[in-house]
Write a protein that binds this ligand. Structure first.
Ligand SMILES: [Zn+2]
Length: 338
């Protein structure tokens, strides 16, 4: 089969070959013919070698895949998954037996990891994954949305649940027109929050429904103050890291929650503990999402949309990864595999 594969870390070592072996389908596995795979920073980190553990070597990246079931293992029952089903892959490897898994927190499994990092991923014509990672999607769901559910949508969805965002609260989203940001805006609206988007792109308001937009990153806190009439935001979602830490923390109101699932510009920040406890602010870290949340997202997925900037063929996997950090980027990057 065709696959983008590398033996040593580095973008230049990623080669597209026709002779990769089609993965075996174990008794409890599902072989999927990949349609569209999302391209995310995690894939870039996998290829560039900044993750501690990769398996197997040579390695196929790709953490966010959708496709059509090609074959199922002998223990997979037809009423659950069968050949021809349209599916997405929940990208967490988990054992199902540790204390985290028993609590339904499979993404925190003590013996876990990511599909596409500790297993081969979806930059390939076929991928084989355990049945428990396979979720059916609605018949007519757009493949671009499907390939944006497991990482791009699940991550902010889980984060907003961790932050207990409620109806009528003010949600402030940094990087609102980024991959996860555009989904956070839509989910915030669905919950019934008043969404303030920090972004230079007006489409996040005109097309994605943000109530307010702040385009000047230097004036976020003062504009939030104006919008909320001094109350400040109830929930602030900021995965941009140290560069926006001060303005994002200053934008959290009394009893507010600050939540992040990344730290794009650097992770070391300075915190004033007094302003944390005196306003009873909660700082929340979030990662991935549960399988239950994956199913909840799939149920509302026909109402979600994504803005796609560029679609590449598998042969241009390297260019797709490079484009992630292009200044002119304006939406998602996807790989059209078949
Ligand atoms: Zn576990």
């Amino acid at each position: 089969m065709r696959a983008a594969i590398f033996e040593r870390p580095g973008l230049d070592n990623l080669k597209v070959i026709d002779s990769a072996e089609i993965p075996k389908t174990g008794d409890h596995d599902v072989l999927i013919k990949v349609k569209v795979t999302g391209v995310n920073p995690i894939d870039y980190f996998v290829v560039s070698g900044s993750l501690p553990k990769l398996d197997p070597i040579p390695h196929i990246p790709g953490a966010e895949s959708s496709g059509i079931v090609e074959e199922v293992g002998s223990h997979v029952t037809e009423d659950r998954i069968k050949k021809g089903d349209r599916v997405v892959i929940h990208n967490k490897v988990f054992d199902g037996t540790c204390d985290m898994c028993l609590n339904g927190l499979d993404m925190l499994c003590r013996d876990g990891g990511l599909i596409g990092a500790i297993t081969n991923g979806g930059f390939a014509e076929y991928i084989s994954v355990p049945e428990k990672n396979v979720f059916k999607i609605p018949d007519n769901l757009d493949w671009d949305i499907a390939a944006s559910l497991p990482v791009t949508s699940l991550t902010p969805y889980h984060a907003l649940k961790e932050a207990s965002l409620k109806i009528n609260e003010y949600l402030l989203v940094f990087g609102a027109s980024g991959n996860t940001g555009m989904i956070a805006v839509q989910i915030g609206k669905k919950i019934g929050a008043k969404v303030i988007a920090v972004s230079r792109d007006n489409w996040i308001k005109s097309e994605f429904g943000a109530n307010y937009i702040i385009s000047d990153y230097d004036k976020v806190a003062e504009q939030v103050k104006e919008i909320t009439q001094g109350k400040m935001a109830d929930v602030v979602l900021n995965s941009l890291g140290v560069g926006t830490w001060d303005s994002s923390f200053a934008s959290v109101g009394i009893n507010g929650r600050w939540v992040a699932f990344g730290g794009l510009t650097g992770a070391d920040v300075k915190l004033n503990v007094q302003s944390l406890y005196s306003k009873q602010i909660k700082l929340i870290g979030s990662t991935g999402g549960t399988r239950k949340e994956m199913q909840e997202l799939i149920d509302i997925s026909p109402e979600l949309k994504v803005r796609v900037w560029k679609k590449f063929g598998l042969e241009n996997a390297k260019e797709a990864l490079q484009s992630l950090f292009a200044k002119e980027r304006d939406g998602r990057i996807l790989l059209n595999i078949s």
